[in-house]
Design a protein around this ligand. Structure first.
Ligand code: FAD
Ligand code: NAP
Length: 531
């Protein structure tokens, strides 16, 4: 029997293994992939990179990693992040406790023995006192339900499970379906290679420029790194950002020139902090429309054909309520002769045929189909596992009407089970994920130590604490514009998924305080019992 079984070997699983082992616990990590990396193992599509500054995305817990690793660009490529996570695994000799190529099919709680039995798809069983699901927030790809898609005769590539050997699109007629973050990153790179590229866009997204550039040794200076990390810890989104007096004001209260100057500054700075520009951008429709119009004007300037520009301008949902995309040369791709935008709002896909995609009664011939169609986010990887808690309660039953957690970390009825940063009810996906992952992992490992030190064998969130947290998450969400978009944050991209705004939008510092207070009060809201 292990002390802890961890499922997943991405950022979360790797850090968990390191911390739990440091505490002297026996740990086994089970990972479906053949290597470490999680997101960065699977999503190898052209153009894939982080959209958070790499120096902030890398782990902060290890002076040794700081000393031995250098990021080369502001936004590291997928290859570089995967190299980094391999380097983390090497540095801490993590692979010896990871079983690769092993997908977990189920986990069942034995109340009498106070232990979990974890079952793999291969039929192996492991027992453990604790299980931590480090299964990822965006790790369960979602197939689009487009008529005829299975009949397509050429190769179909998912951005989320891209072939390791890469794909050469030279001379090919390519179709990309999907214009979320993955599509926005892949399209310019595919456009450079393909003979012809059709981009099938159902919803135009709000996109801000990356402002990518090479990094120098100064970017890795220990004091600079420490300052950035401290700034990230204080920011609701976990991003290093020097708030000015202007950023604490409401956009609607400022004269237009002053407001536009700040939008312009943030636009030129590049990246996600665009939404930190003013206090009211994500809560007041009027302010949100101001930033939407600013972005629309940028699109009009970047895209030469006014009709194409108009189709690329998002409408019908607030800026930021769907995850903001960060681009390198996205709009410029539509100025190329070999790229054509197909606006599915005007002409929906009728069907995929063996030789192409039919829209408006015309078949567009296609050699290669690329699906950048997203994920069953947050809950998908968890509900794919047959998790059974007390009295055989299935997680899918407990979450029938939407996910319910305490702090995004635990679920009532499922003792000694934790989820990392992917748990609905946590701020993870609204933040620089590394910041949330480290905080979650630290909290979980401290919690396991506390249970052991108290001579307890079992910890479970109470229904009451969970109900209060779920209500709090909903209340805070409702004060913002987030619930108004059909985003993966509310599960709208998966037919039949209950519509619930899943992440906690109270901000990383507030959430961290909340978690720390729960721990300081002897794990308030949890029920601890001897084994
Ligand atoms: P993951 O990296 O998703 O790892 C989960 C692992 O669990 C996977 O390896 C998976 O194979 C394994 N697993 C799942 N289910 C099972 C099972 N049943 N059995 C065995 N193994 C299982 N976040 C940011 O903050 N900044 C970014 O720039 C950013 N860019 C992203 C780009 C892409 C393309 C995607 C998809 C996500 C991005 N994210 C980003 C979110 C990203 O997922 C997190 O930053 C982070 O990598 C999550 O790490 P994780 O270890 O929690 O999960
Ligand atoms: P996504 O944001 O969910 O985008 C999926 C796209 O596919 C949307 O444009 C969607 O259109 C479209 N789509 C889905 N089904 C379709 C259908 N049947 N017909 C036509 N279009 C369809 O997924 P993603 O781009 O993979 O990104 C998911 C998340 O991963 C991001 O939000 C981000 O958090 C993370 N990510 C980050 C980066 C990065 O920059 N570092 C890169 C990739 C991913 P609708 O909007 O109309 O549904």
């Amino acid at each position: 029997m292990f002390d802890v079984v961890v499922v997943g070997a991405g950022f979360s699983g790797l850090y968990l293994l390191h911390r739990l082992r440091e505490q002297g616990l026996s740990v086994r990590v089970l990972e479906a992939a053949d290597g470490v990396g999680g997101t960065w193992y699977w999503n190898r599509y052209p153009g894939a990179r982080c959209d958070v500054d790499a120096v902030e995305y890398g782990f902060s817990f290890s002076p040794e990693l700081d000393r031995t690793w250098r990021w080369d660009e502001r936004y590291a490529t997928q290859e570089r992040i995967l190299e980094y996570l391999d380097h983390v695994a090497d540095t801490y000799d993590l692979r010896r406790d990871i079983t690769f190529g092993t997908r977990v099919a189920g986990a069942t709680w034995d109340e009498g023995a106070a232990r979990w039995t974890v079952r793999t798809e291969g039929g192996d069983e492991l027992t453990a006192r604790f299980v931590v699901m480090a299964t990822g927030c965006l790790s369960k790809p979602k197939k689009p339900d487009i008529p005829g898609i299975e009949s397509f005769a050429g190769p179909t590539y998912f951005t989320s499970t891209w072939p390791h050997e890469g794909v050469d699109f030279t001379g090919r007629r390519v179709a990309v379906i999907g214009t979320g973050s993955s599509g926005v990153q892949a399209i310019p790179r595919i456009a450079e290679q393909a003979a012809r590229l059709h981009v099938f866009q159902r919803t135009a997204n709000f996109i801000v420029p990356a402002g990518n550039h090479e990094l120098t040794e100064d970017d890795h200076d220990p004091d600079t790194l420490a300052a950035r990390r401290a700034s990230g810890m204080a920011c609701p989104l976990g991003l290093a950002f020097e708030f000015t007096e202007t950023n604490l004001k409401n956009a609607v209260d400022l004269p237009e020139a002053e407001r536009t100057a700040e939008f312009e500054r943030l636009w030129n700075r590049g990246g996600l902090p665009m939404m930190l520009g003013f206090a009211d951008l994500l809560v007041d429709e009027r302010a949100n429309r101001m930033v939407a119009e600013f972005i629309a004007e940028k699109i009009r300037r970047r895209v030469h054909d006014p009709e194409v520009a108009a189709a690329l301008i998002p409408s019908g949902f607030p800026v930021g309520a769907k995850r903001l995309c960060v681009d390198i040369d996205y709009y410029e791709a539509f100025n190329r002769d070999n790229v054509k935008l197909v606006d599915l709002r005007a002409t929906p896909i009728e069907r995929v045929t063996p030789a192409g995609i039919q829209v408006g009664g015309t078949e567009i011939p296609v050699d290669d189909l690329v699906l950048a169609t997203g994920f069953d986010a947050l809950t998908g990887a968890l509900t794919a596992i047959d998790i059974r808690g007390k009295d055989g309660l299935r997680l899918t039953e407990a979450w029938e009407h939407g996910p319910r957690t305490y702090l995004g970390l635990c679920v009532a009825g499922f003792p000694n089970l934790f989820a990392v940063a992917a748990g609905p009810g946590s701020p993870g996906v609204l933040s620089n994920m590394r910041v949330s992952i480290e905080q979650h992992v630290d909290w979980i490992t401290d919690c396991v130590r506390y249970v052991d030190e108290q001579g307890m064998g079992r910890i479970e969130a109470t229904e009451q604490a969970q109900d209060q947290w779920v209500e709090h998450v909903r209340e805070v969400g409702d004060t913002t514009l987030f619930p108004r978009a059909n985003s993966w944050y509310v599960g709208a991209n998966v037919p039949g998924k209950p519509r619930v705004f899943m992440p906690y939008i109270g901000g990383v510092p507030v959430y961290r305080e909340e978690c720390a207070e729960v721990a300081a009060k002897g794990y308030a809201g949890f029920h601890l019992t001897p084994a």
